[in-house]
Design a protein. Structure first.
Length: 182
């Protein structure tokens, strides 16, 4: 007859379930270190934040600036114009000029801190600014509530768009400029 050891309530004993949970925890913590898995670049994450959240804020600010300059407008169309121009600028223009400047990994999927080249950053952002003026103007034109006021949108549109673009260039530079190569 074989006598199986019984667990003593005074001494802690790990069950098979507890051992497997501990092993899985250690593996989950250690595996990314072995694989050198990065969670993405600042440009990638900020670009996604820009896409989903910041564009609505930018459109709201631009609409408010234009309204304060005596041009009432439909907020929805101003925000929609910002989403369209951001998509074109962030997914086509900025990566193109970045690659011309030597950075062929714009989204930073294969780079580490200090390896991200910003040679084409300024040219790409300036090009995106002029493109945003071209793309967003028709949206603002139809967002203006009075047809007679549409003739007066040029200066308010330029002021609002320039102010928000300067702010975004500064934010992008702060997110990507630290520790990166020019």
């Amino acid at each position: 007859m074989t006598i199986l050891p019984t667990s003593n309530p005074e001494t802690p004993c790990m069950t098979n379930h507890s051992k497997k949970l501990l092993q899985l925890t250690i593996l989950s913590i250690g595996a990314p270190m072995l694989a050198l898995a990065n969670a993405g670049s600042p440009m990638m994450w900020f670009g996604l934040l820009h896409l989903f959240v910041i564009n609505a804020i930018i459109g709201t600010v631009e609409s408010e600036i234009i309204s304060r300059l005596k041009i009432p407008n439909k907020l929805f169309l101003v925000i929609l114009g910002n989403y369209v121009s951001m998509f074109v600028g962030l997914y086509f223009i900025a990566p193109h000029f970045s690659s011309l400047g030597g950075n062929h990994d714009f989204w930073g999927g294969h780079t580490r801190l200090g390896e991200y080249h910003l040679n084409g950053f300024v040219v790409g952002m300036v090009s995106a600014y002029f493109t945003s003026l071209i793309i967003e103007l028709p949206f603002l034109y139809y967002a203006v509530k009075g047809k007679l006021l549409r003739k007066k949108i040029w200066v308010p549109f330029f002021v609002a768009n320039t102010a928000t673009n300067i702010a975004m260039i500064a934010f992008y530079y702060l997110f990507t400029g630290i520790g990166e190569k020019w």
